[in-house]
Design a binder for this molecule. Structure first.
Ligand code: HEM
Length: 492
């Protein structure tokens, strides 16, 4: 049986790294035209076999972990940042247990408390951050601008810390922690992934920041253990302190610390880039912005023309908002490449739609396999006007924002109204992945993104001027290139 076709390249070791690094989506599409849905390219000396389309997503995401492992691919990037003995620095079975422990803190009960906290954080941010000076002037006629990447990164870390990370972390955000976080974050780049150890300052700062952050979390843990009655917070740390592995052992402090760092990093760029794209599109589409505002008025309007606070159950009823989030994650899923390493030779099913249907390719042991749900999320064969951001595609046939999100958010029945297969790993819509590595932060992220957008659209109008920002693929997550949004305070 033959191996998948190899993408042609000029320079042996470098391979297709420049094309993949510059614009992975354009690169995958070009290769698909030439070679079909399965092909191999060289990335800095490594063989990467790409399997595209819903079946390709299934091949990678639904693979057995004994055959397709995530740890050897992601570990070199994440272990220096998260730390020892968690996530990809431990056997997969242990990661599965750790994910289960975290899920205990991500329940609807907890989410009910989080909505108000997130809204408060956004309110405080708007009232204090220098980019929102015009908002603070209380003048509804004046327009200001805010920098998209910085503002949403800050709102994301503030809201995640207040809710998931715990009081001590939230209180430290304005002090040393911000610098430590930033040093750690600068170690989360394609360079640090491809070449994990280099004698460069960014690597040294990354390692020093990890040590500091890990010690900081562990000192909080010790304090909490010493004064259990004083620290009854409903956060992830307290919840992890109560958990036990199947063998009856408690999580050691360093593992709790490292899981918390992992959650912080996993949720930061994913949520902040999704927020950035969502608000950019809302700013560029007056009709959708108006619909979102009207939805707020309809649900939360008060007799004096103002808007009252909202809760978790209420926010889940906002269907236009849901369509905005869902459509943003379709067009801009932050993770463009999901990878595993083949531990054995693996045949690729013919149904992947390669040009010669009768050939069964074999991915050789040692290859990295890669799925890109983004490709199927913008496939014109699946979606009308696949490249346009169009939340109304999620409305029902009567043009009303549909209710499918209820089931979707609960992770039970999934029905996108198109008859697409969307439960399990065979789907053209998988912004949160699927299978055993599926995201556990999905519902939290949905809540966080929806609440921040609600908090913003009810207080401000937005406008985006000029050419819509292009995606920047140079960092680990697909975020917009640096840009500004215009805003104006609403009357109430
Ligand atoms: C895994 C996307 C937010 C924690 C994943 C995966 C995707 C994803 C695609 C699968 C990766 C793979 O299969 O290799 C997203 C998106 C988010 C988001 C689009 C926001 C819009 C979050 C948040 C948290 C989180 C807020 C934490 C609170 C995790 C964890 C995993 C994961 C722990 C599991 C990794 C594994 O099992 O290998 N996420 N995520 N994510 N995500 Fe998220």
């Amino acid at each position: 049986k033959s191996q998948p076709p190899l993408v042609w390249h000029w320079i042996p070791f470098l391979g297709s790294a420049p094309a993949y690094g510059r614009d992975p989506i354009a690169f995958f599409r070009e290769c698909r035209e030439k070679y079909g849905n399965v092909f191999t390219f060289i990335l800095l000396g490594r063989r990467v076999t790409v399997t595209l389309g819903p079946q390709g997503n299934d091949f990678v995401l639904g693979g057995k972990h004994t055959q397709l492992a995530a740890e050897p691919v992601y570990g070199p990037l994440t272990t220096p940042i998260f730390g020892k003995d968690v996530v990809y620095d431990c056997p997969n079975e242990k990661l599965m247990e750790q994910k289960k422990f975290v899920k205990v803190s991500l329940t609807i009960d907890k989410f009910r408390a989080y909505v108000g906290m997130i809204d408060d954080e956004v309110k405080d941010y708007l009232n204090t951050d220098a980019s929102f000076k015009v908002y603070q002037m209380d003048d509804i006629n004046e327009w200001g601008t805010f920098p998209v990447l910085k503002s949403f990164a800050e709102m994301t870390i503030l809201t995640a810390s207040r809710t998931l990370q715990g009081r001590e972390i939230r209180e430290s955000l304005t002090k040393d922690y911000a610098q430590v976080y930033s040093d750690l974050d600068h170690g989360f780049t394609p360079l640090h992934w491809m070449i994990p150890g280099l004698p460069l300052p960014s690597y040294r700062r990354r390692d020093a920041a990890h040590t500091k952050m890990s010690s900081f979390y562990q000192s909080i843990l010790r304090k909490r253990r010493e004064n259990p009655t004083e620290n009854q917070e409903d956060d992830v740390m307290n919840s992890l302190m109560k958990q036990r592995y199947r063998d009856g052992k408690q999580l050691p402090d360093h593992e709790i610390a490292h899981i918390l760092i992992a959650l912080l990093m996993a949720g930061q760029h994913t949520s902040s880039s999704s927020l950035a794209w969502a608000v950019l599109h809302v700013a560029a589409r007056a009709d959708i912005q108006e619909a979102l505002y009207k939805e707020q008025v309809q649900h939360f309007g008060t007799p004096d023309g103002g808007l009252r606070d909202f809760g978790y159950d209420e926010i889940r009823d906002l269907n236009i908002l849901d369509a905005v989030v869902r459509e943003t994650l379709r067009l801009h899923p932050p993770i463009h490449s999901i990878m595993r390493k083949a531990n054995v030779d693996i045949p690729v099913p013919v149904t992947l739609g390669t040009p010669s249907e009768d050939s069964v390719f074999v991915v050789p042991k040692g290859d990295i396999v890669l799925a890109s749900p983004l490709i199927s999320q913008v496939d014109p064969g699946v979606w009308d006007n696949s490249e346009s951001w169009e939340p109304t595609r999620w409305y029902d046939e009567k043009g009303v924002a549909a209710k499918a999100n209820k089931e979707y958010n609960e992770g039970e029945k999934v029905d996108f109204g198109f008859g697409l297969v969307s439960k399990g790993t065979v789907s053209p819509y998988l912004p949160f992945g699927a299978g055993r590595h599926r995201c556990i932060g999905e519902q939290f992220a949905y809540l966080q993104i929806s609440t921040v957008i609600s908090s913003l659209v009810r207080r401000m109008e937005f406008r985006y001027e000029g050419t819509f920002p292009a995606p920047d693929y140079s960092s680990m997550m697909v975020q917009p290139v640096p840009c500004q949004i215009h805003y104006r305070r609403r009357k109430f």
